[in-house]
Design a protein around this ligand. Structure first.
Ligand code: SAM
Length: 335
């Protein structure tokens, strides 16, 4: 068992709500629940064709029951996640011991379900694309959030998914194909260039920014934290500023942008949104309503420095057995 870096721990303690400290610390070593979504794009599993009857209307309950009963037959006990139902998505959790069997199930390999953390699902749900929108996913691979966006849009409208790392780009394409996504074009490009290539073009933009992935640290997986350093946090922050600038340029007036990371570092979260608000005082920060107990408002001060009060409308998800640490901000460009 490895230990969390001392600098990381000291910085985390400065920002973690005291009542959530013990559970946050424990979350780096505890066995987590695994969440998955049933594919709402109508894959049947028999030759895995998209069926006409569900093409426009999403999944059929018969197919959902079939997947759940296949998993039960494998000895996987699934628990429905009730708060997801109003969003029209079918989400379940399984305990850590059943993760392996879930991952190797036929339904996972043929695209009838997709394993994705609950925290990751929040960003597409918050962006809430309409079926007529043109959506930009600016840092898309391996595609879990693109797939949910396509599902929320019933495979209508248009999604442009951008990923500059070749191996990850191919994985993105393969995942979209396996899950039956048909409204998305993938671009092997650097997201920092999109704002000038496609200014004021998109109705909705998701920037799930490359980050230092601090919430992915696992004490039983030393490699999960071997690349972390304060220099890495600073390097990520520099890239995130250029990506959010590009996203803002690409957004249409009246359009919405979700910025999110799976890091705790304020430099990669509130300080990025604060920086954008200084460059673009016209940007609106929209309040976020999320059905999550472990959320707290974004920070409005950092290392003794006051930040925009608007940042209290952004949110932090603090980790436990169900949730991964996450930061989310919802911004709107005025008309
Ligand atoms: N949204 C993805 C999902 O839900 O599956 C996860 C995205 S991951 C947090 C960040 C991604 O950004 C990585 O695939 C990384 O390769 C990509 N990335 C790195 N630099 C980038 C850049 N300059 N422009 C766009 N994407 C970049």
């Amino acid at each position: 068992m490895t230990a969390l870096p001392a600098d990381f721990l000291a910085r985390l303690e400065l920002i973690c709500p005291p009542d959530l400290w013990d559970s946050t610390l424990a979350s780096f070593s505890m066995a987590k629940q695994t969440a998955f979504r049933l594919n709402g794009l109508g894959l049947t599993g028999e030759g895995v064709e998209r069926t006409e009857s569900v093409e426009k209307s999403g999944k059929s309950s018969k197919e959902s029951e079939q997947v759940v009963s296949e998993l039960k037959a494998l000895g996987v006990t699934v628990h429905p996640v009730d708060w997801c139902q109003p969003y029209g998505i079918d989400v379940y959790q399984v305990c850590a011991e059943h993760r392996e069997r879930l991952t190797h199930s036929a339904a996972a390999s043929d695209g009838r379900l997709y394993i994705q953390s609950l925290s990751s699902m929040l960003a597409p749900l918050l962006l809430a694309p309409k079926q007529t929108d043109w959506v930009l996913d600016l840092a898309a691979a391996p595609g879990g959030k693109t797939i949910l966006l396509a599902e929320l849009m019933r495979n209508e409208g248009k999604i442009s998914a951008v990923e500059p790392v070749k191996s990850r780009f191919f994985r993105l394409q393969a995942n979209l194909e396996r899950m039956g996504v048909s409204n998305t074009r993938c671009y092997l490009k650097d997201g920092r260039a999109i704002g000038s290539l496609k200014p004021v073009s998109f109705d909705r933009i998701l920037l799930d920014a490359p980050c230092s992935s601090e919430s992915r640290f696992r004490l039983d997986q030393p490699e999960s934290l071997s690349h972390w350093s304060l220099a890495k946090v600073a390097e990520c922050a520099r890239k995130q500023k250029r990506l959010i600038k590009s996203a803002w340029e690409a957004l249409k007036p009246g359009g919405r942008l979700v910025y999110c990371t799976c890091s705790f570092a304020p430099e990669e979260n509130e300080l990025i949104v604060h920086w954008l608000l200084r460059q673009h005082p016209e940007a609106h920060v929209l309040p976020i309503v999320a059905p999550v107990e472990r959320i707290r408002p974004g920070l409005t001060s950092c290392q003794g420095k006051a930040l925009s009060a608007e940042l209290s409308k952004t949110l932090r998800v603090w980790p436990d057995t169900d949730w991964d640490g996450f930061y989310l901000a919802l911004l709107e460009k005025p008309l």
